[in-house]
Design a binder for this molecule. Sequence first.
Ligand code: NAI
Ligand code: 15L
Length: 265
Amino acid sequence: MLERLLVTGAAGGIGTLLRHKLKPLAKTLRLSDVADLGHAGENEEIVPCDLADRGAVRQLVEGCDGILHLGGISLEKSFDTLLGPNIVGVYNLYEAARACGSPRILFASSNHVTGFHEQGTLLTAEASLRPDGLYGVTKCFGEAMARMYHDKFGLETAIVRIGWCAQEAQDHRKLSIWMSPDDFLSLVACVFTVSRLGCPVIYGVSNNDTVWWDNSAVSYLGWHPKDNAAKFREKIDATMPRPPKDACDAVYQGGKFTIEPIQEE
Ligand code: NAI
Ligand code: 15L
């Protein structure tokens, strides 16, 4: 069991889904965000922090032996909006981790680092990076930071390219990329308990019927996702039309992100 697990971005969608489920993994959960996290529950510490504030991030990481890094901008935005949380923030986090005993990190990357691959292509961790926007590019930066801090300093990171983590898959594309909160939780548990982690790339996806990603290279983690988005298919088919074959949602893994404009502010 970890002594103190830091969860950045804990007030966000995934952080909220996992907050109570994470408790068995650590004696103390240190929950952090710029948004309101409410009151600290049993075995919780609330530490507000802007990831772009280097000194604050250094203090935030002190005393933590694991970091679940969910914090940052999670959608396509302007470069100026992404810069602080997703670029400066990731640098601050890795430098703080290096100074604080190199706790293991789970970096929440995204399927949008490879969003311009076509849906019919089965990707492994070796797939070339084909980000589908500036958001995806910032996640490529985070992945490169993780790799460099591992090669140079031995700091271990699980790079998790999350598909869509939520209670439900709501459209046809998400039937292939959905990861249930419970499957994410079991992945987090594997990452923080496996004896040697290294710096693997893992696709964060449940055991869905339609598969775009191959995680066989990380079988040593012992992660066996159990849920399957197929249970949402009937509802999706009944409530929305299947996208036309040539629509971005049906062609590219990144779906609509591939047609997002470069935003100016
Ligand atoms: P979210 O947008 O709901 O939560 C992110 C949290 O980060 C927010 O609570 C926000 O206040 C916080 N944050 C933003 N800027 C910050 C800053 N400067 N300092 C501190 N905190 C800051 O995102 P969600 O959906 O919970 O995703 C969590 C992570 O997983 C994100 O990094 C996202 O890119 C990644 N991801 C999520 C996917 C999903 O299915 N939800 C899919 C792929 C990747
Ligand atoms: C992401 O990276 C986003 O954070 C999430 O909100 C979804 O849009 C997801 O990708 C997706 O690909 O649907």
